[in-house]
Ligand binder design. Structure first.
Ligand SMILES: Nc1nc2c(ncn2[C@@H]2O[C@H](COP(=O)(O)OP(=O)(O)OP(=O)(O)O)[C@@H](O)[C@H]2O)c(=O)[nH]1
Ligand SMILES: [Mg+2]
Length: 194
């Protein structure tokens, strides 16, 4: 649920990057951050465990456009992908306006992708979201690796509604802004309806 700050004439929206462990969610955010607010001295909050993986969330305010004279500010979060952090994932989905699912294109991560997708839908449902209606984008990441599943096969397995699909190499920034912009565009379209 977007939060409107009338005094500042700002609409705050929350986009959550979801997906299995090590799929590249944090890498997406890091790239966006480095190209935007990082350049002007902004801060990204990243809590990590000893093994340097997301424990809680990354946070990134980013302005993408206006709705009826209000500035829109996007807050980007990633969930921890490791299976045992389900409580954190559930918490981070609270108040979400749009979701990006980052799939790992590698053959050996297919089961993990499917498990994470099911888990995402389950957690959205627990927050009473209608998955059919929520702004949602699928990213097929790690397209640079040798052992990847074909895009067609990934689509057959991972597409859950009529969502847009983007190929990406997040570590090189490829497809990163395309993914975010489309999700942001869908969130704004939803806001304009309401
Ligand atoms: N080759 C390749 N490596 C990538 C790509 N994107 C991310 N990586 C690497 O994959 C590893 C995991 O990336 P993260 O962004 O930390 O993954 P995550 O989804 O945030 O993982 P969790 O926080 O554990 O859920 C890192 O070593 C990244 O550099 C990519 O497109 N290609
Ligand atoms: Mg991470």
């Amino acid at each position: 649920m977007s939060f409107i700050n009338f005094a500042a004439r700002e609409i705050n929206c929350k986009i959550v990057y979801y997906g299995a462990g090590l799929g590249g969610k944090t890498t997406n955010l890091q790239w966006i951050f480095d190209q935007t607010v990082g350049k002007i001295g902004g801060k990204m909050i990243s809590l990590t465990t000893e093994t340097d993986r997301t424990l809680f969330f990354d946070f990134l305010p980013l302005e993408l456009g206006t709705v009826r004279g209000f500035t829109t500010r996007f807050h980007l979060y990633t969930v921890p992908g490791q299976v045992f952090y389900d409580a954190s994932r559930k918490l981070i989905l609270r108040g979400v306006d749009g979701v990006v699912f980052v799939a790992d294109s590698q053959e050996e991560r297919m089961d993990a992708n499917i498990e994470a997708l099911d888990n995402m839908q389950e957690n959205l449902q627990q927050h009473k979201y209608d998955f059919k209606k929520i702004p949602y984008v699928l990213q097929l990441n790690k397209r640079d690796l040798p052992n990847v599943v074909s895009v067609e096969e990934l689509k057959t397995t991972l597409v859950r509604k009529n969502e847009p699909v983007f190929e990406a190499v997040a570590s090189r920034g490829e497809g990163v802004f395309e993914t975010l912009t489309e999700c942001g565009r869908r969130v704004l379209a939803e806001l304009k309806k309401g």
